[in-house]
Design a protein around this ligand. Sequence first.
Ligand code: SME
Length: 166
Amino acid sequence: MAESLTIDSSQGREVRYRELLPQLQGLTAGEPNTVANLANTAAALKQTFGFFWVGFYLVDKEQLVLGPFQGDIACTRIDYGRGVCGTAWASGETQIVPDVDQFPGHIACSSLSRSEIVVPIKKNGQVIGVLDVDSDIPDDFSKADAIGLETICQWLETILTGELTA
Ligand code: SME
């Protein structure tokens, strides 16, 4: 297992997402544990892009529950359809929020967060969790982030085994 990442930080995000994916695949190869793989994925994204907050919320019955993350402490439970994460769960679609103050029902885990992207993770067509990335910079996420993070989530869907939650 590679224990360091090699990312050309002079490159834009699109290139860095392309560099990151095979390294994530190497980092998690042969490791079946979901918590370990999500934890390293969150850390690798934080390390590569310096995002303010990166983490997973996992579906547990009627709610999303906080999973592995990197960043400040965060709210632990989000209802279906609530906030950006709950909206991504309910719609099954990536949510890009350029200004969190303009998103009705945005859940502010940190007052420093200014923009956000949330990508659903599916298994057999059902949303089983979301990947949430927050930035302290307004309007920090573009189509390139949506494509890069969706590609990572599609790969995660292929490696996640068993139940994500207890
Ligand atoms: N802002 C999210 C809540 C999670 S935190 O950003 C870590 C939301 O509105 O769903």
